[in-house]
Design a protein around this ligand. Sequence first.
Ligand SMILES: *Cc1c(COP(=O)(O)O)cnc(C)c1O
Length: 353
Amino acid sequence: MSYELNDKIKNLVPYEPNCGKYNIRLDANECTFGYDNELLNMVNAAINSVEFNRYPDPVCKTLRKSFADFYGIDYKNVTVGNGSDELISILQSAFMKKGDKLLVCTPDFSMYEFYSSISENPCVKYHKDESLNIDVDMLIKKANDEKASMILFSNPCNPTGQGLPKCDAVRLLNSVDSLVILDEAYMDFWDDKNSLIKDVNCYDNLVVLRTASKAVGSAALRLGFAVANKTISRAISAVKSPYNVNSISQAIGTRIYEKREYLLNRTKYIVENTKVLYNELLKISAETDDFKPYPTKTNFVFIKTSFGKELWEYLKSQSIIIRYMGEYLRITTGTAEEIAATISAIKKFISER
Ligand SMILES: *Cc1c(COP(=O)(O)O)cnc(C)c1O
């Protein structure tokens, strides 16, 4: 007898985030704020409404309506996933045929390429230049030269923090035969005017992804949303596993998207704090060689530096966790106190280096 794992999974290692205990956690782009008492009361009411012996609603109707009302769209254009991660995986495995090419950008969210390795679709890459912006004409050329079946990128981008203006996204959609998936996980922090969430019915090749994990502050629920025209939405709904979103998350998610003012005010506060974080990092960069923060449209700041590893390790020793990515660092916005503590630790490290 001999069973061997196949080549594509043999050397994979499970995703292991920084699960150690840190006083300040700025590594995963989560919302800094937990649920307050009012939201926790809402959670209790939501749980009390669940029929635990029954399967969840497979089409998440009330949650879709609540999400759609929040963004001013038609709920029939929405499909819910167990996090947008699940939707990314489903879209790749179902909407690409054997041998079809996926076009991604680099640097971008690493999961895109990962899922293509599982679905065994070749992944081709558009390399961003030093500015980290996407030159949409070059992306269009790449898509058409490669005959890409699917183009997938985050806008605004994780990890770079840069955003592609809507006019460029529209030009891309009109210039390729590929299915274009715009992962708008961070769009709440930028400007709805650059979102295509309201325009999905104008295109036969567009999927917009949203998540409850970032600005909506509910990463624990695992709720992601695919917004697309009705033909594509129907296909996503048909290929997903029927009970992919549990009843508790549906019940809480429905209620959280009803907290419109609360969510919008909190997002505004996070955007203000991100400006503070960026400006403080900019001041450091003015006095430090080889330390360059990029302006951001998100709730984090991306920094180019060659001493990232040492700085990351020093912050860790101070119980502050950020994200280390080779020649870059990424710092998520925290509370005013968390930002102040992180900035002063960075200054201390640099002055003693
Ligand atoms: C955080 C993030 C998501 C969200 O994933 P969920 O599975 O919904 O938590 C999706 N795309 C990008 C680019 C992200 O950074």
